[in-house]
Design a protein around this ligand. Structure first.
Ligand code: IMP
Ligand code: ZN
Length: 338
């Protein structure tokens, strides 16, 4: 392994865009698949994923998520996934992670969504001395306004560890306008928000981008497809962007990273963070995502250090900024970096 790669592994890292169930280890996913039919479906989806255009890749990806959802059936499953995800981030020297998940109930409501959230928060707590992790609750694009409101209530109930609200799910479903009242309420109670934006190359998606930028969430995820005007607005408003190289490359159908919008925003000194999105399903790690960016856009070690330092300013739990910055400073002093 070369020196730069090792540096990317050892530098203390901050992960701000990781869907909990998307972080599932492939081996765990396979174990949870109960029937041979499901296993065959998984293999076919896995094989076919790299094929086709943005829309068909997205469809493949969301079918895999629906398969995954059907085989996670109890709180032990979610505890296991949380535990393994945190172990994987720790082994990659991630010091602060914001995981996001859509709360769900099990057994026709006998096990409530609040128990799902508590199971995750308890597991996170067990790891507090090894990794500082916080939770963002996701609202799915297909949910009703009432369901989204329930998620907001859960966020309020667990406010100490729940640090924000996310909008995600199948981007073919354009629902920001319908769900906006919940996001307005989040703003009123000072709950941070992050919204997936510009995931598809279609006109409806571009139209929705305007509504999302008008709302001005605390952070934006991806922003793969956008108009020049939207790009300028996000630059001007300085809305931090969560970029996920492997995920973006696959959904944008790009042949290599050199065409990724990291370049444009980085050159403009825009607030940025590099993240994994779905490390389990995408077979990636945060250090390798960062390494690819550093290698492609020829960042020096110093520039990467400064990049990670600026990322710490956009974490939702503002009480932990100093913690992240101290870890980074200690790292640079130990290595006698600069
Ligand atoms: P969960 O919320 O912990 O169950 O994480 C999995 C969910 O995250 C999926 O069912 C999707 O709704 C959402 N998700 C993961 N990746 C993406 C993405 O790239 N775009 C939009 N939604 C996503
Ligand atoms: Zn995402």
């Amino acid at each position: 392994m070369d020196d730069l790669n090792r540096f990317c592994e050892s530098i203390p890292k901050i992960e701000l865009h990781a869907h909990l169930n998307g972080c599932i280890r492939s081996s765990t996913f396979r174990q949870l698949l109960s029937s041979p039919t499901d296993q065959m479906r998984f293999d076919t989806l896995d094989k076919e994923f790299p094929m086709g255009d943005t829309h068909s890749r997205m469809a493949n990806f969301f079918e895999k998520f629906s398969l995954l959802r059907s085989c996670i059936t109890n709180l032990d499953d979610i505890r296991r996934i949380t535990h393994e995800t945190l172990e994987d981030f720790i082994s990659d020297n991630v010091i602060y992670a914001e995981l996001r998940t859509r709360p769900r109930s099990f057994q026709n409501g006998a096990i409530a969504a609040s128990s799902y959230v508590e199971a995750i928060l308890e597991t996170m707590q067990e790891y507090e001395d090894k990794i500082c992790s916080r939770l963002i609750l996701s609202i799915d694009r297909t949910q009703t306004l009432e369901q989204a409101m329930e998620t907001l209530k859960l966020a309020e109930k667990y406010r100490a560890q729940v640090v924000g609200l996310d909008l995600s799910g199948d981007p073919n479903v354009k629902s920001f306008e319908r769900l906006r009242p919940v996001f307005d309420l989040a703003k009123q109670i000072n709950l941070s928000t992050t919204i997936h934006i510009g995931e598809l190359p279609d006109e409806e998606c571009l139209n929705e981008n305007n509504l999302i930028i008008d709302y001005k969430p605390t952070r934006l995820g991806h922003f793969n497809f956008r108009t020049d005007d939207q790009e300028q607005r996000v630059l001007k408003e300085q809305i931090p962007l969560e970029l996920c190289p492997t995920s973006n490359l696959l959904t944008m159908n790009l042949s290599d990273l050199s065409k990724h919008h990291f370049d444009l925003f980085y050159k403009n000194k825009h607030p940025l963070t590099i993240c994994t999105d779905d490390s389990g399903l995408m077979y990636c790690r945060l250090s390798s995502e960062i390494f690819q960016i550093v290698q492609t856009f020829r960042l020096t070690k110093k520039e990467l250090y400064e990049f990670m330092f600026q990322t710490s300013n956009f974490i939702f739990d503002k009480n932990m900024i100093e913690f992240c910055q101290t870890k980074l400073k200690n790292f640079s002093e130990q290595l006698n970096l600069f």
